[in-house]
Design a protein around this ligand. Structure first.
Ligand SMILES: Cc1cc2nc3c(=O)[nH]c(=O)nc-3n(C[C@H](O)[C@H](O)[C@H](O)COP(=O)(O)O)c2cc1C
Length: 363
């Protein structure tokens, strides 16, 4: 692997901004900040969660994990369940359609030491919905309640839900779920402000999120389209939600959490340079080397993140083409070192947040 000596400048900026976050409690769960990392399938693994923890996230959730995979001891599923000792405030997210199977899987998960278990009530993907899990539970609140009761009876750590607004714009149920969740002693719900039918189109309905957050008797974590520090800061200052989850935003701007803690004036703006981005890639790669045994998976993960982190920088489309020709994660890493070293220090990235980005996900 190509060596590169980093200055301490990035760490100084990270430390300075991390000091500005304030700890919160949602129900009985403590988080070091009100900005949390949202679950993303095949993305929020240990290496990435650790990176985001360093870069300001106050807590995180694993990707959605099948209760059946756990109950059948599926090797791939067990890998997804891993939590690193250095991780604070991480929840394991489960999906399933059968109360007993969900309860059994939760008992197994509790022993792995997560701070909470989260149930996926928003995944719109056919494979999940077709079996009655994920967003299908938005259409069957009686079954959702049975699952909650069964899981709660069998675990002693807190339970949370991640939901969408409803199945379609004519079947909006988030308020009903919030009421039921409060009665069943759920610690908080996270509401992605889109319906299942909407998938990722349009924008998250923040007026509705605010309405539910104002009326609910339990904390409602707001989620959806928090992709720029300005928008996140605005929500932190004005929203009825006590906390927020950030999903896709930090993929293209790994400093989104930190920038959201910065004061909102140009004078105080802390700039992150291309070399800061390279250092982030390097940290992530180091985390991946410790976590993944299979070179091929490591290579795929590194390429995916490289595409996202370089988005908006000059020459990113050429880099994209080049990445596809490279074989082996070490070569990918070395190419990124070359790419970032050629960029001027004062270049900042430009991302158009109105264009669709990663519009096919599990929540
Ligand atoms: C690629 C991708 C994978 C996702 N995987 C999950 C998941 O495993 N569990 C879940 O609850 N939500 C999942 N989601 C939904 C996100 O957590 C989040 O609710 C959604 O992306 C909106 O927030 P954002 O605009 O900040 O990304 C996924 C979304 C995407 C784009």
């Amino acid at each position: 692997m190509m060596e590169y000596n980093f200055s301490n400048k990035l760490q100084e900026k990270i430390d300075f901004l991390n000091q500005k976050k304030t700890a919160i409690k949602l129900g009985s769960i403590h988080f070091s900040s009100k900005l949390l990392l949202a679950p993303l399938a095949s993305i929020t693994d240990v290496p990435y969660r650790l990176l985001m923890q360093d870069l300001g996230s106050g807590g995180s959730v694993t990707e959605l994990i099948s209760c059946h995979g756990i109950n059948y001891n599926n090797e791939k599923t067990l890998k997804m369940l891993q939590i690193n000792k250095a991780e604070k405030n991480v929840g394991i997210q489960l999906f399933g359609e059968n109360p007993d199977d969900m309860a059994r899987a939760s008992v197994f998960c509790e022993k792995l030491g997560p701070h909470f278990i989260d149930i996926n009530v928003g995944c719109p993907v056919k494979k999940v919905v077709g079996k009655g899990a994920g967003a299908a539970l938005l259409k069957d609140l009686a079954l959702l309640q049975k699952i909650i009761v069964a899981v709660k009876k069998n675990i002693s750590i807190p339970l949370t839900l991640k939901i969408r607004t409803g199945w379609s714009k004519n079947e909006i149920v988030a308020q009903d779920i919030a009421d039921m969740a409060y009665n069943e002693k759920i610690e908080f719900i996270c509401l992605h402000g889109r319906s299942k039918d909407q998938l990722y189109s349009g924008y998250a309905n923040w007026d509705y999120i605010e309405l539910v957050a104002r009326n609910a008797k339990l904390p409602v974590v707001g989620n959806g389209d928090l992709h720029s520090a300005r928008f996140v800061r605005e929500k932190m200052q004005t929203s009825s939600c006590p906390a927020f989850m950030l999903g896709r935003g930090p993929l293209r701007n790994p400093f989104l959490f930190l920038q959201s803690y910065a004061p909102d004036t140009p004078d105080h703006q802390i700039l992150f340079t291309p070399l800061d981005h390279l250092e982030v890639i390097h940290k992530l790669y180091s985390n991946m080397l410790k976590f993944y045994e299979k070179d091929r998976i490591l290579e795929i993960q590194l390429k995916k993140h490289a595409l996202w982190i370089t988005a908006g920088f000059p020459g990113a489309s050429g880099l994209r083409k080049k990445l596809f020709t490279l074989k082996g994660h070490a070569d990918v890493h070395d190419y990124l070192v070359e790419y970032f070293q050629l960029l001027e220090d004062n270049i900042s990235k430009h991302i158009n947040h109105d264009l669709p980005f990663l519009s096919g996900g599990h929540g």
